[in-house]
Design a protein around this ligand. Structure first.
Ligand code: IPD
Length: 267
């Protein structure tokens, strides 16, 4: 198997472009309204599923032996050592309400390590890409993480899970952090939050409860822009915690969150 990370990136980009087109052109103009009227069919879930199928089909045209892990289609084993991690719509609630901050997120793993990633935000007209060891880009512009002068000057992004109990704890952690930082943002897409750290549009990001398809591509893009992306106490980023920041800010943000109990195993 001699495929390069760049080749995988180009395949991922082509698949993301197809899905993005389908999601923009296929989105009913009154989606938010239709949804809140509690129609029996979940239009967003249907769009999500259709987009993920399109992504898998597009990738299979080039790479029939690869495995998949996706939000909608579950996991499929492959035989090539390459696995694709796919979120057709990261930021589903934004998509539902017609807010432009949602993205198609696709990462390629080779032998268990993310080597290429694309986060395409069609309604922002922005495509973030990353290649392990080579860098990350917004379009053709190379990305570099910002380094604020300490936590008090840091703009920190976060997100909340879907379960009420976890959200309550997340709210308490945010309440404890807000007085220590410049401000907090809840953008609604973990993939874009990580790309925004890469682009210096936020200084840090943390969230508990994301799935690999939410953070795999964005984590690579942030790392390749110079960010540290980890869990608590040196653990790898995972569902338990994804924490991203420049190398100087990272320890301060990590310690502030730990002091607030964000590293508690029960939350
Ligand atoms: C969600 C978004 C959101 C984050 C949630 C994710 P989805 O992904 O990334 O920002 O806070 O944890 O589940 O469900 O829209 O693909």
């Amino acid at each position: 198997e001699s495929v390069t990370a760049r080749e995988l990136l180009e395949i991922g980009r082509a698949a993301a472009a197809e899905a993005g087109k389908l999601l923009v052109e296929g989105r009913p103009a009154d989606l938010g309204v239709a949804q809140t009227k509690s129609s029996p069919t979940d239009v967003v879930t249907e769009m999500d599923t259709a987009a993920e199928l399109a992504i898998r089909a597009a990738i299979r045209r080039y790479r029939p032996e690869d495995g998949f892990l996706g939000e909608e289609g579950g996991s499929e084993a492959g035989t090539s050592g390459v696995r694709w991690i796919v979120d057709p719509i990261d930021g589903t609630v934004n998509y539902l309400y017609g807010r432009p901050a949602w993205a198609v997120s696709i990462a390629a793993e080779a032998d268990g390590e993310t080597v290429a990633g694309v986060v395409l935000a069609p309604q922002l007209g922005e495509e973030f890409t990353g290649v392990r060891g080579e860098g990350s880009w917004l379009g053709v512009r190379r990305l570099r993480v910002a380094e604020p002068e300490g936590l008090a000057k840091a703009l920190v992004a976060t997100g909340f899970g879907y379960q009420a109990r976890r959200r309550e704890v997340q709210g308490r952690i945010v309440a404890g952090l807000i007085g220590q930082v410049r401000d907090i943002r809840r953008g609604g897409s973990a993939a874009l939050d990580l790309c925004f750290v890469a682009a210096g549009r936020a200084d840090g990001y943390f969230e508990r409860g994301t799935n690999p398809w939410d953070h795999a591509a964005g984590a690579l893009i942030a790392q390749e822009a110079g960010a540290r992306v980890e869990g608590f106490h040196g653990a790898p980023a995972s569902e338990a915690m994804v924490l991203a920041a420049g190398t100087a800010l990272f320890p301060a943000l990590h310690d502030a969150l730990a002091a607030l109990g964000a590293d508690d195993r029960d939350y």
